[in-house]
Design a protein. Structure first.
Length: 405
């Protein structure tokens, strides 16, 4: 086995493109493992865990592209590296031809595309705020896929968007479904009457696919970015999202999804429920049922519970929904063997890991994880499964290796 690592300075690609490139690179003949990602600390941590972090890769900056190719003995490393680099500039099948106009600035695109009303920003975080501001100033809703945007800049952008009656989804907003069009990471779910506002991408995706599995569909799915319910940001976009869905004739039920919000921000968000005029299901991981109920909302204890309640509230066929949900649970249980002793999880979504851990903690305190608040039950990085405690309780882990942004 031989490994080649290259750092391409000041070469930025968004993580959606790089995940596609990595997938195709790993399918090349003779490639044992390929890793193509920006030089963020998170990605360097992944390489370190894999034993592939060289001194050159460690020195890479957030605007530098890292390419690592691990190949079998005798493989032509130079040729393989050239093939991987070629993938970075290949157009996807069905990509636009020579008659397509390429706009170099947000301003020129806004002028050149009549009727455009939304911009997706996926550039280096150092420049994302500037481009988002240009889009807002041109009257465009914005979805900022980029991360590493200072929270102070996020607040300024969201305040500007609010003042203009626009959405500023993000930063670090990975998914949305607007008018039945999936943006960035979007799931193939049917149209329907359930609207979702979420400060968690994976949480929003999980709720949407569970709603689909229960026979209902999504009217709008508005991502806010993971920091929206922090004390600094104050829930600006979640509140605007609730109000927009409340006014949307195509939405009959609203679902809110977030990791634990700041207490004061949670109170502000829940205060919107009374004026929504529609049922509002609230799934805040580890949230307070008492607070949600007091505000007039419907408390959900999990993504499945949130989906089930949303579908139930928007349907006259309660019995059919309950029967389908019970059938899904039975199908999972049927796959379990009597001798099974452990629950082990490997997650690429923080919300899903949090949700699983909280659910398991309700039945046992012997839950081990790399996100455990109890230091005595915290898993260190790269601990093999065989190294975890021998017990009959559950184990859950959420390594950062699956995160590439």
């Amino acid at each position: 086995m031989s490994t080649t690592a290259v750092v391409k300075k000041n070469t930025y690609f968004d993580s959606v493109s790089l995940m596609s490139v990595s997938t195709r690179a790993n399918q090349l003949p003779d490639v044992e493992q390929a890793f193509v990602a920006m030089g963020t600390e998170m990605n360097k941590g992944v390489l370190s865990n894999l034993g592939l972090l060289t001194a050159d890769l460690r020195a890479a900056g957030t605007g530098d592209l890292m390419i690592v190719v691990e190949a079998g003995e005798g493989a032509d490393q130079a040729a393989l590296l050239a093939e991987v680099e070629a993938l970075l500039v290949q157009k996807a099948p069905g990509a636009s031809g020579a008659d397509t106009v390429t706009y170099r600035t947000v301003d020129s695109a806004a002028r050149g595309i009549p009727g455009a009303n939304l911009a997706i920003v996926a550039v280096n975080g150092a420049y994302a705020g500037r481009e988002a501001r240009k889009a807002l100033e041109n009257g465009l809703h914005v979805m900022v896929f980029s991360d590493n945007v200072p929270v102070e800049e996020e607040v300024r952008l969201k305040q500007l968007a609010h003042s203009k009656g626009l959405f500023m989804m993000g930063p670090d907003c990975g998914t949305a479904i607007i008018n039945n069009v999936a943006l960035c990471f979007g799931n193939a779910v049917r149209p329907g009457t359930v609207g979702v506002v979420a400060a968690s991408g994976t949480g929003a995706q999980e709720v949407s696919v569970r709603i689909h599995a229960l026979g209902a569909g999504i009217s709008q799915l508005i991502g806010t970015g993971g920091r929206d319910l922090s004390e600094q940001v104050g829930g600006i976009m979640m509140i605007d999202g609730i109000r927009a869905l409340a006014a949307d004739p195509g939405t009959s039920v609203i679902v809110l999804v977030s990791k634990p919000p700041a207490p004061a921000v949670q109170d502000k968000v829940l205060a919107e429920i009374a004026d929504a005029g529609k049922p509002v299901v609230v799934y805040f991981v580890g949230g307070s049922e008492e607070a949600v109920t007091a505000a007039g909302g419907h408390f959900a204890a999990s993504t499945q519970d949130a989906a089930l309640q949303a579908v139930r509230l928007g349907s006259d066929s309660h019995a059919a929904v309950e029967e389908l949900a019970a059938k899904q649970v039975d199908e999972v249980c049927a796959r379990l063997a009597p001798e099974q002793r452990y629950v082990r999880g490997l997650f690429c979504g923080g919300t899903l890991c949090d949700e699983s851990m909280y659910a398991l903690l309700e039945v046992s305190d012997n839950v081990w994880s790399n996100i455990q608040k109890d230091p005595e039950r915290r898993l260190a990085a790269a601990v093999p499964v065989s190294g975890t405690p021998s017990s009959t309780s559950a184990t859950t882990t959420s390594p950062t290796a699956a995160r590439t942004r």
